[in-house]
Design a protein around this ligand. Structure first.
Ligand code: ATP
Ligand code: MG
Length: 256
């Protein structure tokens, strides 16, 4: 019997990237916003995207999630090409997304919001999904019959994340999950997101609270005018005085 070459055997066991984006160009219809984005998320990673307002962070997540136009480039999930796939197919593959705004239905109860997260699932899958979400966000258990409108900002974010978890994703993208929250909730939400990794969920987060999110991240990307201006280890980004001055709201002495 012939032994396989070492390189081939290694390749078989190499961990694939949950997300690998190369040369992504995209935007809204014919309007181009993103210019050649290269970005990846490894299995089990927490990756943060930061950058100034309007530089294309939300647009990037929306293109990956099939919500707006991909012009060029490739998007892969676990080594399979998913470029241009429809959102419902992406959800079935285990990809989930929590949008920046309007991420809960205020006039529906917490329970109804959670059920909406499993709209394409069978009823037994929905119950399993709800149990899994409640295990991660146990506080929601006591709010099931309350209207989402009655929740605080932090609780709404928890509900939005819980809803995204109903479909049992292995890769979750979140757009500014701590926006407009009190410092206590910012920490709590990011800690909860970080914990999702214990359940095998890799995460890609867009954040304005750059330092808080990078402090929990493995790696970070800095977007500027629709391009990746810098990418690297989160620790290196946090330590870089130039990046601090331009992107993290720090002055040259490292203070806010
Ligand atoms: N639906 C749309 N149609 C056309 N252009 C849009 C649309 N939504 C956003 N844009 C434009 O795309 C560009 C990037 O917007 P995007 O929302 O991706 O930025 P962002 O980095 O997420 O900003 P923020 O930090 O403010 O959330 C902006 O110039 C914006 O005006
Ligand atoms: Mg945005």
């Amino acid at each position: 019997m012939l032994l396989k070459p070492i390189s081939e055997a290694q390749g078989k066991y190499k961990m694939s990237k949950v997300l690998e984006v190369t040369g992504l160009e995209g935007g809204y219809g014919s309007v181009q916003i993103l210019y050649g984005i290269d970005l990846y998320v490894d299995q089990g990673e927490f990756v943060t995207i930061i950058g100034p307002n309007g530089c294309g962070k939300s647009t990037f997540l929306k293109v990956v999630f099939g919500l707006t136009t991909l012009h060029n480039g490739t998007v892969s999930h676990n080594a399979a090409d998913i470029s241009g796939w429809r959102t419902d197919k992406l959800v079935k593959r285990g990809i989930a997304y929590v949008p920046q705004v309007d991420n809960v239905f205020p006039s529906l109860s917490v329970k109804e919001n959670l059920l909406m997260g499993g709209i394409d699932l069978k009823s037994d899958e929905i119950s399993i999904g709800i149990d899994r979400s409640l295990k991660m966000f146990p506080d929601m258990k006591y709010r099931m019959n309350d209207l989402a409108a009655s929740l605080s900002g932090g609780e709404r974010q928890m509900l939005a994340i819980s809803r995204a978890l109903i479909s049992n994703p292995s890769f979750l993208m979140l757009d500014e999950p701590t926006a407009a929250l009190s410092p206590r909730y910012q920490q709590e939400i990011l800690a909860n997101i970080d914990n999702l990794r214990n359940d095998g969920i890799s995460v890609l987060v867009v954040e304005q609270n750059a330092r808080l999110s990078l402090a929990r991240s493995d790696r970070g990307y800095i977007f500027s005018s629709g391009k990746v201006a810098y990418s690297g280890n989160a620790e290196d980004i946090l330590r870089d005085p130039e990046i601090g001055r331009y992107f993290l709201g720090l002055n040259s002495s490292g203070r806010e």
